[in-house]
Design a protein around this ligand. Structure first.
Ligand SMILES: Nc1nc2c(c(=O)[nH]1)N[C@H]1C(S)=C(S)[C@@H](COP(=O)(O)O)O[C@H]1N2
Ligand SMILES: [Mo]
Length: 545
């Protein structure tokens, strides 16, 4: 392979720059290609999705604890840092030991291609963008490093004995063409630094522009947004009851009893929000049933839809956490669809599947009893927002989202717990996920400085499908005092609570705990979210001045 005679003359930062600029251009072009070819399989999206899938439960837990609903931004940032470091390494390698740099870059591109092609939602063309990314980065890196090396030194040729003359090398040294060369250090022509900087800058800028362009909604993806915008959901045959008077205490900083869609927590494994065109949407109901069937979007909307209030909660929610929200859902009872399919007597679970491969295992019983387990199409009076599962998701009161609330739903498979596992149960989370009794202090806020005097302590409490009977508050290890419960919308929703407080100056510790309508006390025992939901009392320290 071509040696790099002047490798030591190339400042290392320039080698890094060559790698980073080349990879930036490759990655940018790859993302852009994905936007045109196979939207669901951008190289970054595919690799990120795979990383999410192989992450162990503690890693999910840690990511959510550290970054909350910004976990995806954190992952992308982390991937970006790793990519930049790897790119700099490739540049360095290519200068020192060509072609190891381009081999590294090419290998990463090829690996990305394999990952993209094997994602659950991969299409026939999903392998292409990563391969394009790799090829562009390889060509750019080779070109940039070529510029760093400069043109081949014209006035210096290392001694190159003729074939078969190796033994005679010493003897021949004094004769032949080399004798004509001046006996002084060979003059290496200064490589063109200016050209290098120009091309490296152009490559990096081109990469950034391509990434930006790939984020612009192109004709293909606008289809789903436009379909959603144009949608008029049918009126429910049974409307949800209005929010009762007294359910919303209207206290500043207290979570509103109805969570606006825009501030509803979002948790899922989808690095890129799936885009499902309702016109193409179908639900397949199959498995251990008497009668398999498929349901189209138009057929679903023609069914008598019902409205209900359900508070969704994430199993990853820490004590005091905010991965919970309450909405008015419009949908069709899953129980009716299952009745149409006719589950066999030995079935005990329904595996719901998302278009991106996510699955949830829900006890058959929770989908066939009288609760409002629905295929939801509407959220707070509008079609589901894309990040919340457009066009169809499941909503099941009383169960954590990971075992029930499948977004971008395309399949219901009736099966058994002892033969089939779901996305998170496959990763160490509990098979069953009933929501645990919890209560949270929202007011006073963390870090809020309050003046001594009359103020209020307030929060929310929940145990969906059981209901909350009482909330108690303890200040500074004093006696537990009953808070006032607001009116609950229903047992399937959270409920606000409040308690007046004559705050004396100093530092105070406030604690809360709830009692369920089944008489159970919220346990003080601290448990982490994994494997089946956090427990413990929420407490907050406040400074009164
Ligand atoms: N397709 C899909 N559906 C999913 C998930 C997912 O990762 N993919 N996550 C589940 C989890 S863990 C929760 S808590 C809820 C969150 O729903 P939300 O994002 O609408 O609040 O969605 C559930 N549905
Ligand atoms: Mo979750």
């Amino acid at each position: 392979m071509a040696p790099a005679p002047d490798a030591r003359r190339t400042p290392t930062p320039l080698a890094w720059l060559a790698g980073v600029a080349a990879v930036a251009l490759g990655a940018g072009i790859g993302e852009l290609a994905a936007r045109f070819l196979a939207p669901a399989s951008s190289p970054v999206g595919a690799v990120g999705g795979a990383l999410i899938d192989i992450a162990p439960p503690w890693a999910k837990d840690a990511a959510i604890t550290l970054f909350g609903t910004d976990d995806k931004i954190a992952l992308l940032t982390g991937m970006g840092i790793v990519l930049v470091l790897a790119a700099a390494l490739a540049g360095w390698l290519e200068v020192r030991k060509p072609p190891s740099g381009v081999v590294l870059v090419g290998a990463v591109g090829a690996a990305g291609s394999v990952v993209a092609a094997t994602r659950p939602d991969a299409g026939a063309l999903s392998w292409i963008p990563s391969l394009i990314a790799g090829a562009v980065a390889v060509a750019t890196l080779a070109g940039l490093v070529g510029l760093l090396r400069g043109p081949a030194p014209a006035r210096y040729e290392p001694p190159r004995p003729a074939a078969g003359a190796v033994e005679e090398r010493g003897a021949a040294a004094g004769s032949g063409p080399i004798t004509a060369a001046p006996q002084q250090p060979p003059e290496v022509r200064q490589p063109s630094r200016r050209a290098f900087f120009a091309w490296a800058g152009a490559a990096a800028a081109g990469g950034i522009l391509a990434v930006l362009a790939s984020q612009v909604r192109l004709a293909g993806s606008a289809v789903v947004t436009a379909a959603r915008d144009a949608l008029r959901l049918p009126a429910p045959v049974s409307a949800a009851p209005p929010v009762p008077a007294g359910a919303e205490l209207g206290i500043a900083d207290l979570a509103p009893v109805v969570t606006p869609n825009g501030s509803f927590y979002r948790i899922d494994t989808a690095l890129i929000v799936p885009e499902v065109d309702p016109a193409q949407w179908k639900l397949r109901v199959h498995g251990m049933v008497a009668q398999e069937f498929e349901l189209t979007w138009d057929e679903l909307l023609a069914l008598p839809l019902e409205e209900s209030w359900t508070t969704l909660a994430c199993v990853s929610n820490e004590v005091g956490g905010t991965l919970i929200g309450n909405a008015r859902w419009l949908g069709y009872p899953v129980r009716e669809l299952l009745a149409r399919a006719g589950p066999t007597a030995d079935a005990d679970m329904v595996l719901s599947r998302s278009v991106d491969g996510f699955t949830a295992s829900t006890p058959l019983e929770a989908l066939t009893d009288s609760r409002n387990a629905i295929l939801a199409v509407g959220m707070n009076g509008e079609p589901l927002p894309l990040p919340h599962g457009f066009p169809v998701r499941m909503v099941v009161p009383g169960l954590y989202g990971y075992v029930s609330a499948t977004k971008w739903l395309v399949e219901l498979e009736v099966t058994r717990f002892d033969t089939t596992r779901a996305y998170w149960t496959d990763r160490g989370w509990s098979e069953r996920g009933p929501i645990k009794l919890q209560s949270r202090i929202d007011v006073p806020r963390t870090g809020q400085s309050l003046d001594a005097g009359d103020t209020v302590i307030a929060g929310v409490a929940w145990q969906q499908h059981t209901g909350v009977a009482a909330v108690e508050v303890q200040i500074d290890d004093g006696p537990w005092q009953a808070a006032t419960l607001a009116t609950a919308i229903s047992d399937d929703t959270w409920v606000q609570w409040s308690m007046p407080w004559a705050a004396a100056s100093g530092e105070h510790v406030i604690r809360c705990r709830a009692v369920g309508k089944d008489g159970a006390q919220q346990t003080p025992e601290r448990a982490a979210p994994a494997p089946d939901g956090a427990t413990g009392w929420h407490e907050r320290t406040v400074q009164i001045t």
